[in-house]
Design a binder for this molecule. Sequence first.
Ligand SMILES: [Zn+2]
Length: 410
Amino acid sequence: MVVDRGRRTWGGVVTAVRNAIAVAVAAVIGLGSPVLAADAYARSYTVSRGETLGGIAHRFGCSTDALRRANKLSGDMIRIGQRLDIPERCESGAEASGSAVVHTVLPGDTLAGIAARYGDSVDGLKSRNRKVIGNKNMLRIGQKLRVVPTKAVQPPRKIRYKIESGDTLGAIAERYDLTVSDIKRMNPKKDPRRLRVGDSIDLWIEGPVVRSAAIGRPQHGELVNGQQLPSGRSWYRRRPERSWGTNETIALLSDAFDAVQRKHPSAHDIAVGDISAKTGGRLAGHKSHQSGRDVDIGFYFARQPKTGPKAFLDATRHPLDYEATWELLTTLAGPSPDKSRVEYMFIGYAVQKKLYDWAKKQGVSQRKLDWMFQYPRGSRAMRGVIRHEPGHNNHIHVRFKCPKGDNKCL
Ligand SMILES: [Zn+2]
């Protein structure tokens, strides 16, 4: 267990994101935290209150030693406001923190593809697996690579599919969210034109073993096979027992929080309030939050508030970290209205104004502002992804759309 002293003062417990599912392909071989791979954004870092060298090192996947050397420090003393150089290549430090998982090379895998899937870096993969893949970086099916994940991943698992009468490769591919050429790659020794009823093919599929389902309405519904938001390296769960959501909710949230911290390494951990109870249904203190699609999230603040992410703080009274908050809102909203997985985000009108004014000053297009904000069209206008609700000056309430395929979701 890597104890992350620097951020522990924040109450953010950092542990490995591990799947509850027994996994045949990737096995967790170390304890500790997945770490953020140092990337192009992370060359320099300003020390905030309560941080330690060890904590910062951990955050960037460096060893404390590497960070000391890069900054010519003799001890562990750092000051608030001090700027630290973060070495670009810290992957060996990630190794030291023992957070690697094993990925077994699948047909069609590439280093870039594996890196993207786990949020690892190609350089890190190469240097960590030099002995296996050699200097030519040759991948062979079945090789075992050490991977350092920076996001919650469902490692692929193999299923054996028996061809039934009436099956087509196209239909099988569609059912498992694959393409026909994926299936061909996964079965290099089989001629797809000669498959007969009763023959078997191997499929490597991703995603949960048991899929979640949102049932009914957010105000009157339930959650089947919900997934719990794991404790994460970029967020703080206020009530883990109320942190259950659909597979999509959990994936979108954890990806968004991680993306914000990758792009804004000085952003603090974000507070995540209630999502849903394990099986959904009525949740004390809320009208909705019943089907795993609603989540309350705190804001990012310019200075880490003393109470840390444990409490929701009023954004009309505490200065926001606009960059990080905007990054979160736009990441969640998605690239365009038709691709958005978000139905609404509820934010108090006064806070909307602050965010709107800031975004406009940054040169965000009017078109995007009109899509994102209800402001300035009045707090009752039925426009914009972000809408006013009383009581939402200290948190963002995000409602996701019904997950695709959840036919009983309303
Ligand atoms: Zn809420």
